[in-house]
Write a protein that binds this ligand. Structure first.
Ligand code: C2E
Ligand code: MG
Ligand code: MG
Length: 713
């Protein structure tokens, strides 16, 4: 496609803003859009700081379009425009205003301005689009002038050729029209002759149209019109006087801009409304929040901000797919909108975060009632793709002016209160209180640093040996994740894994753990060390993703590790959450992909033995909370003994976790527990320490790892 060069004269009284325009016009120009700048449009920005300088620059020539920043007052703007038009009547002018004023808009558009843009609403595409539309219109106008000039000479030829609709009317009646005029309005050739000139106007605009055309229309105007079949369209038109059959007449030139209007509407809508739910998006929400705060300031009123986050939405999205997730968001948005008054704003900030602005709060006592009503509305069962889903949400509430003076702080604190509601056990609400800030901020801070941590490779794995009780040999290694935070030092997985699950980051992180553990294990084998299995903990979010078995298979292929050297640990609690799903997933993992499965933290959740019997497991890991108490004649003795017998009967390996003392070890050995893991033998080790350990074991296959190894925690 041919490249179009556009020289844009930017009249900017504030020099600091030049980069802003260059930034959004020249960089933010995605290709593939049918409007706006694309790679075929070369834009050169010429910046001047005053209108006087702009006039000098215009006189030099070579400018295609003027972008004039509004002076802030209508009068001044009109003066500026008058000056610009006096020097370069043919160059389109676009006004960029800080706010939207409908009066200013109509005055400016009627006085030489082609486009009126509102600063906060524009992006590169929007400006690009406006420039293109303005240039197109300018072409349209000069074409008209040409037609008018030569109308007397070669009227029919020109009329037939024109893509614009041209008609001549006298005394309000159409005397002649070109084929394009008839076609645009949906008539056959010659069928509009003899009609009243206002016949195509939508009824409510007829009067206005007639008053406009009475003395000609020098600059393009827009009117809502209708075709023969009554379908609507937008026409841009101009009217000039002429003579026809030696009598005074008018020529009207029309141009169908319906598509352009639709694109403009779509852009405007897209900038302010959420695509999935059709609720106000973040921008419109912020605008409305600021307006509501202004009003409250003037009237001494109060507003409440509800920050709503769906509980476990990510899980639904990951398990059922994005289409189901979107469907759920739509249902939630409808339920939220029905729970509040008409004047209140319900918005979607993104993801599963919604906000509600409640205006004019009279009684603070009412707020819990509103929150409960919202929670109740959300908990009604949802049916999506034959699944019965139960939704719940956590709500944080802040009040203006009580809790914060700025919109930003009000939102941030509502978010903090929302996290408190989540901590309460979800499906709950929480009103903000000063004392919350510290904890909430910490959490937000942690969330941000998690993202950075992944980028900066602050995560690493340690490996804790699992020892065969009879031989004392290392038979397995459990991979345990660590986070070396730049300022806080090493953070435990129990602290950050729940947050990664909430943010969905666990998918990325879990994938990294799997890959790293498999690659490391293969590396040990390549070094010639005896092959050993490595166990990787799976999070609930990972486990629910139906693509997990394929991912694991891919990782095994990539790293070249045999599946029998990888074991996956899922906790008993997770396995029992949805036993049917667990059974199907485990079958796939073991039957098809030949993976080993360990049931972790066994004993803390409630297992149904019926299910347990059917799960294709390889080992049971007794939770360390039971091991701590054994050998002292407590209830733990009986529980651990029973678990060992159960595992033996099911033909499973049984691993005792958290073995710290010789007494515990003796107790377990006496009951034929197969495997132990704990500080008595080794704390989690680095890969290098494991290498040393396995070398030693290989050198002396009789050696038993009895002494605690140096810690690396
Ligand atoms: P877990 O899977 O039950 O891991 C065993 C935990 O017990 C580890 O804690 C280990 O360091 C600790 N431990 C081992 N021996 C002893 C002992 O003798 N005494 C005591 N007091 N503790 C012992 P860690 O590494 O802090 O991990 C905690 C939990 O975090 C793990 O529990 C696991 O559920 C989770 N986790 C660790 N790494 C990952 C990971 O890569 N992905 C996922 N999803 N979860 C992980
Ligand atoms: Mg584990
Ligand atoms: Mg465990």
């Amino acid at each position: 496609m041919e490249t179009v060069n556009v020289n844009l004269l930017h009249v900017e009284k504030n020099p600091g803003d030049t980069n802003w325009l260059e930034g959004i016009l020249l960089d933010g120009t995605p290709s593939g859009l049918s409007f706006g700048f694309n790679r075929n449009t070369q834009c050169r920005i010429l910046t001047v700081q005053t209108v006087e300088k702009a006039l000098t620059r215009l006189r030099e020539g070579g400018v295609d379009v003027v972008l004039l920043e509004s002076a802030g007052s209508d009068e001044e703007d009109l003066k500026d425009i008058e000056k610009l038009v006096s020097v370069a009547a043919d160059i389109p002018i676009i006004v960029l205003s800080p706010d939207f004023h409908s009066e200013a808009l109509s005055r400016l558009l009627g006085n030489g301005v082609q486009e009126y843009l509102v600063r906060g609403e524009v992006n590169g595409d929007r400006i690009g689009y406006a420039v293109r539309a303005a240039l197109e219109r300018q072409r349209f106008q000069s074409h008209n002038r040409k037609v008018m000039g030569e109308i007397g000479k070669n009227f029919n030829v020109l009329m037939d050729m024109s893509l614009d609709g041209v008609a001549v009317f006298q005394d309000g009646i159409i005397r002649a029209a070109n084929p394009a005029f008839d076609r645009i309005l949906g008539y056959g050739d010659g069928k509009t002759e003899g009609k009243l000139i206002s016949f195509f106007c939508q009824p409510e605009f007829k009067g206005y149209f007639l008053s406009q055309i009475e003395h000609g229309v020098e600059t393009p105007q827009v009117i809502a019109a209708k075709k023969k079949d009554d379908s609507g369209l937008f026409l841009e038109y101009m009217v000039r006087s002429c003579s026809f059959n030696e009598k005074p007449a008018f020529v009207i030139d029309i141009h169908d801009i319906t598509e352009r209007r639709k694109a403009e509407e779509a852009l405007r809508h897209q900038a302010y409304w959420d695509f999935v739910t059709d609720l106000p998006n973040r921008y419109l929400f912020l605008e409305r929040l600021n307006e509501a705060m202004d009003l409250a300031r003037q009237t001494g009123g109060r507003i409440a901000l509800f920050f709503i986050d769906l509980d476990r939405f990510k899980l639904i999205n990951d398990t059922l797919g994005h289409a189901a997730g979107d469907e759920l968001l739509k249902i939630v948005s409808r339920r939220l909108s029905h729970s509040v008054r008409r004047g209140d704003t319900v918005a979607r900030l993104g993801g599963d975060e919604f906000t509600i602005i409640l205006q004019d709060i009279q009684e603070l006592e009412d707020l819990p009632g509103v929150a409960k009503k919202i929670l109740e509305a959300l908990t009604a069962t949802v049916h999506i793709q034959q699944n019965e889903l139960h939704v719940s949400a956590s709500i944080g509430i802040t009040l203006y002016p009580d809790d914060a003076q700025t919109a930003e702080k009000l939102i941030q604190r509502a978010d903090v209160a929302m996290y408190k509601a989540k901590e309460k056990g979800r499906n709950a609400f929480c009103l903000y209180h000063d004392t919350m800030d510290a904890g909430g901020m910490e959490r937000l801070d942690m969330q941000n640093s998690l993202y950075r941590g992944i980028d900066n490779e602050e995560f690493y794995l340690l490996y804790q040996p699992q020892i065969d009780v009879k031989s004392g040999q290392v038979v397995g290694l459990e991979a345990l994740l660590r986070w070396k935070h730049p300022t806080r030092g090493t953070i435990s997985p129990t602290e950050f894994i729940p947050l990664t699950e909430e943010t969905g980051l666990i998918i990325l992180l879990g994938q990294w753990v799997l890959k790293k553990a498999c690659a490391q294990n293969k590396a040990w084998q390549i070094m010639g060390l005896p092959p050993i299995r490595v166990s990787v903990n799976l999070s609930a979010v990972q486990f629910m993703k139906h693509t997990l078995p394929f991912l694991i298979d891919k990782i095994l292929k990539e790293t070249g590790l045999d599946a029998k050297y990888l074991e996956l640990e899922i906790t008993e609690g997770l396995a029992m959450r949805d036993p049917t799903f667990t059974l199907a997933t485990l079958r796939e993992m073991t039957d098809i992909f030949k993976l080993r499965i360990a049931l972790d933290d066994f004993g803390v959740a409630y297992s149904s033995l019926g299910y347990l019997k059917n799960f294709p497991l390889h080992s049971l890991k007794i939770d360390k909370s039971f091991i701590t108490g054994i050998g002292r004649g407590t209830k733990d003795d009986a529980i651990v003994s029973a678990i060992i017998v159960l595992a033996q009967n099911m033909g499973l390996e049984v691993v005792a976790e958290g073995v710290e003392t010789e007494e515990q070890m003796l107790f377990l050995r006496a009951r034929d527990c197969t495997t132990c893991q704990g500080y008595l033998f080794a704390e989690p080790l680095t890969a290098q320490q494991v290498e040393v350990l396995l070398h030693e074991q290989e050198r002396d296959s009789e050696a038993k790892v009895k002494k605690p190894l140096k810690t690396s925690k």
